[in-house]
Design a protein around this ligand. Structure first.
Ligand code: IMP
Length: 424
């Protein structure tokens, strides 16, 4: 398995960290390929919980080279704080390498993220306010500052002077905010961050290509998920990068034919943070139960997640656009007490049935789910580690998911711990 992608098939928070962690032991490199510290991966190792934002989850293995790829946007202060925090807990970050082509989140990106959301009012996207969207926008506008600019003081200041003039004009004239001081940014980025980050900067594309040529195992770790993808998600309620499988190539520098497995992670129900359409959303006591039992509060922002029933229409779309080779179903145990479990198998609108995701956003906003109701299992699955020990009803749910998505379910998660995983 030279290069494997692990990505989310829903709206994020599927428990990808658990799957990447499981595979981490067999890997030589674990790569983050998009997103930034809007992500939050929780990994529980020997009862200790690690919440990672920017660091690849492979950081927890000393045999792995953790790589932050060119597709990621990096807030250097956050990266350094996270490194310090894990180091304090005895995790070595010595092998971490960071792409010189990754873009940096600058102080004006944070300010603009907050201001744009405020101005959107009730139409706000519900971003994590980490500056992610504005940083990717500058990348596309070709005015971004990259990690490699930390190595060249003259270029850094030259670029910053130009961009800051425009950003400060926007902050002052549109948003009535105080300007950001050039000297302060230079002092923080070049004075404080550059000396610490410089030793980690590397040609990550060259490193990954060399690793691939040497038959090393590479894991590409997606953040956010398929329906938060800038192109394939529920635009505009999306993030500003491409978590889908294609993004793993652009964000790392590995080519499509070098990827030989794409594992999609799906929670046994759905969650979403922030705004946007959600056909199977539950606002009743079942929704509350999923929040309580699933601890559905953002790792990152603490926001309560919206919850809903599993959606096979979305999964089918995710399976196709990511060319999934395998599925991992997580948090099955959250459904343990339910008398019955509903699964959305199609949508309906004005007498029309949709077996696949409607392309028009207005339609997607209005569709109603068509459910199949399966009996619940009403027993504790948290101790189960063998597939034939799973209750019959749970196996039926998994069989339905496999049949309708045409993707084999390889793993089922039954709790947060590293061992609470059934290989199917
Ligand atoms: P942004 O990525 O901060 O720009 O936020 C855009 C949308 O993506 C918002 O709805 C966020 O709640 C959502 N989002 C961003 N990162 C994550 C994540 O790691 N998990 C779940 N939702 C996320």
């Amino acid at each position: 398995m030279p290069a494997t992608v692990v990505l989310g098939t829903q709206w994020g928070d599927e428990g990808k960290g658990k799957v990447t962690d499981l595979l981490g032991a067999e890997m030589d490199a674990v790569v983050r390929y998009q997103g930034g510290h809007n992500a939050g991966h929780t990994i529980v190792v020997e009862g200790e919980s690690f919440a990672l934002q920017l660091l690849p989850s492979g950081i927890l293995y000393d045999t792995v080279t953790p790589v932050i790829g060119n597709g990621v946007v990096i807030d250097p202060s956050v990266l350094l704080a996270e490194i310090e925090a894990v180091e304090k807990r005895g995790v070595s970050t010595e092998k971490l390498i960071v792409s010189g082509s990754a873009h940096m989140i600058m102080p004006y990106h944070l300010e603009l993220d907050r201001m744009t959301e405020r101005f959107l009012g009730k139409n706000k996207l519900g971003t994590t306010k980490r500056g992610i969207g504005p940083a990717y926008a500058d990348k596309a506008s070709r005015i971004g500052l990259r990690i490699q600019d930390l190595l060249d003081e003259k270029i850094f200041i030259q670029k910053l002077e130009v961009v800051l003039k425009e950003k400060n004009a926007i902050l002052a004239k549109v948003y009535n905010r105080l300007p950001i001081s050039l000297d302060q940014v230079v002092s923080d980025y070049l004075g404080k961050y550059a000396p610490k980050i410089s030793p980690m900067i590397a040609d990550t594309v060259g490193f990954l290509q060399q690793s691939y040529a040497n038959n090393k195992n590479i894991l590409l770790e997606g953040a956010q998920a398929t329906f938060l993808d800038l192109d394939h998600g529920t635009y505009p309620f999306v993030t500003s990068s491409n978590p889908t499988a294609g993004g793993a190539c652009t964000g790392s520098g590995l080519g499509p034919r070098q990827i030989d497995a794409v594992i999609g992670v799906a929670k046994a129900y759905l969650t979403r943070v922030g705004s946007g359409p959600f056909p199977t959303e539950l606002t009743d006591e079942v929704g509350d139960l999923l929040v309580d039992r699933g601890h559905e509060y953002g790792t990152n922002t603490g926001r309560r997640r919206r919850t809903g029933w599993f959606d096979l229409v979305l999964l089918g779309q995710a399976a196709r656009i990511n060319s999934l080779s395998e599925l991992a179903i997580t948090k099955l145990d959250v459904l343990d007490p339910l008398e019955s479990v509903k699964v959305c198998v199609a949508y309906e609108l004005d007498g029309d049935r949709f077996d696949t995701m409607p392309y028009h956003q207005s339609t997607f906003h209005k569709v109603k789910p068509v459910y199949e109701e399966l009996p619940g299992w009403q027993c504790d699955t948290t101790h189960i580690t063998e597939s034939d020990k799973l209750p019959k009803e749970a196996r039926e749910l998994i069989a339905l998911i496999e049949e309708r998505s045409s993707v084999h379910v390889g793993y089922v998660g039954t709790g947060p711990g590293r061992d609470q995983l059934v290989r199917m």
